[in-house]
Design a protein around this ligand. Sequence first.
Ligand code: 13P
Length: 333
Amino acid sequence: MNHDLGSIAAALVAEGKGILAADETVPTLTKRFDALGIHSTEQSRRTYREMLFTSTGAAEFISGVIMHDETIRQKSSGGTPFTQVLSSQGILPGIKVDTGAKPLAGSPEETVTEGLDGLRDRLSEYRGMGARFAKWRAVIRIAETLPSAACVSANAHALGRYAALCQEQQLVPIVEPEVLMEGSHTIERCEDVTGVVLHAVFRALFEQRVVLEFMLLKPNMVIAGEDYSRPVPLRDVAGATLRCLRRHVPAAVPGIVFLSGGQNDRVATAHLKAINQLPGPKPWKISFSYGRALQDPALEAWHGRDEELKMGQQALYHRARCNGAASLGTYTD
Ligand code: 13P
């Protein structure tokens, strides 16, 4: 059984591959559709996800797809459940299982991610539907006096409880503590906060007896806030990110798959390549689990038009290929 979790974790970070995060909630995907004037309905969201999941050749670079509850229950236009559409191409189906980031009592500018109540039963149902891994996203905001210790510890605790339940239910947990890019903070501040958060998360994973060999970490890269005054060179981002991960992520973890967090798609790829090119010890596979940085060009190309479905698929294929290469340190675009 556990051998299974080890092979799923390994398959998710197989050489030259990464994960497509396509688990936006209905309100989030609706916001992205609205920005392009695409009407968001259950049908249009289904069409969009089918376009992504059937992009010819992308399976060469995509090991797994994270879906939302609505999507895992949907079928392709040909009547095949999406879990099967993916697994027939050798792509592992995954599922987002948190129920969202809600205001934290006592610190309303921060959030704690909810979804532990009833989680065991939901995990069991998703496993039965074909899911092989799961995702839970904690959100940490940097501001002058944030994050609070309460926010870091509440989110870390929830990640630990979630990950332990996933392993009990034979799903590989992707543990995602996201330190947001929002703000004007320096890269040094991001490094400090990311270090504190990762330390708290691994402590909680240890307390909840999570088997590190059977999970993946999905962190932010260490970057300056999006409103920071000057551009930060790629090598500084790569250096700070790798240093922070080396200090805080045990070598037993098989893989680190970054979120893109609002970085431009090409920048997200360039950062991934720069991190993989750095010399020195990298005891984990380092790859991607991008949402926007993989999907944005595809969404833009498709624009809700049936006649552009192929263009959308080509755009996804291109970004997947670039990121697959970046995970090997060889991307040139
Ligand atoms: P982004 O890459 O767009 O940040 O999305 C990744 C993700 O899964 C966020 O939870």
